[in-house]
Design a binder for this molecule. Sequence first.
Ligand code: ADP
Ligand code: MG
Length: 446
Amino acid sequence: MLECKEKECWDQFLQFIKQRCSTAEYENWFRPIVLLSSTEELITVEVPNIFVREYLLDNYKQEFCDFLPEKFPGEPAIEFVIAKKIDTDTVKVEPVITETDAEQALQKLKLNKLYTFSNFIEGPSNQFVKSAAQGVAMHPGKSYNPLFIHGGVGLGKTHLLHGIGHHIIKANKRLNIACITTEGFINDLVDHLRNKTLDKMKRFYRSLDVLLVDDIQFLQNRMNFEEEFCNTFESLINQNKQIVITSDKPPSQLKLSERLIARMEWGLVANVAAPDLETRVAILQHKAELKGLKMPHRVAFFIAEHIYNNVRQLEGAINRLSAYCRMMHQEVTEDIAEQTLGEMFEETPKKSVTIEGILTSVASMFNVKVSELKGTSKEKKIAFPRQVAMYLAKEMMNDSLMKVASSFGGKTHSTVIHAWKKVAKQVETDETLRRQILMTKRNIEA
Ligand code: ADP
Ligand code: MG
């Protein structure tokens, strides 16, 4: 049982924070915290994942210290327990929905049947984004809103978007959902404008509980349509209705109005990166199993070593291999994989690392602009990614420090060394940062 006094401290802390930050920030980062125990010496809380812990400690340490016990001055005595993962696909749902209803809903929504959470293989490159997607699916409108998923082609953005749709229609048939491509939205708008039925369209979109929008990059340079989209967006968000958007770039790099970019950055922006070797092997094995193809681990490993940028290509490889082996009545072996897939194994020579490449990848990972990285802002959300970019430039490029420093808008070489030392030290103990750097490196080299 919690001691009343300490529990009160915690409540006061939440009240205080509520006044200090935006509703979206509160809903994203504080609402999911569960207070487990509380004494005069130590507060123990449960958070959904490691990122929430990092975010809280990075941004609210001082506030924790003001309200809660301290280990020593400036260091809050707070223990974070990471919540056990719930596989949302196995969460029991009430059988309120019949098979045919579900089928109809699926067809109406045009969700790909295979794009479920349980078919989405998790690894370090997509763990965070998958857990955010599951959070949204479990509590639409109450956790991260909007959820903005960005990443390169064929890395699973549409899969996750549909995964959210699948989960929601299974768990709550009363919710009104639409899953659209941005092209679909534009076509809809054109049709309704032509038929003078725009009000009908507005009523439809603005009465939704959940709006899933794929590939928002196609809204770029479509000024007339952007405004209507932005109005729909605001109307839904203001009613706490859930919006999820996917894109090939983070919001700050999209050529859209500042108003829409700011709205999209309101909730949680999550990146899905190219999977590492182990995850690629697991994806191959999973896809082979779905096709009923026997795929020895050795062969999966061999293919995964040669196809690394795009999960869709991994799928293509499985399809080709499976067709060949069926036709020729052969078992899957490394030799056959090499024969049939050889031309897909482009040994692309490693791209030479450029400062622009580093800046673009870091900007994308940390959701800042390249110009901000080159600028002078001391704001932590920009200054730290800038230090990471300097660290990577020193690690990955052969250029002199002077040259690296000048690429950052004329900084001195000691600034670069300082940044490099700081980040190198932090990487040793900070698991999140280590992963972020690993993913950024892979992006730079891809
Ligand atoms: P994007 O929308 O990012 O271009 P998709 O969601 O269309 O990519 O994914 C391309 C293909 O790769 C899909 O068939 C999807 O099922 C598959 N895929 C991507 N990531 C994963 C993953 N982590 N686990 C299983 N399949 C995946
Ligand atoms: Mg897609």
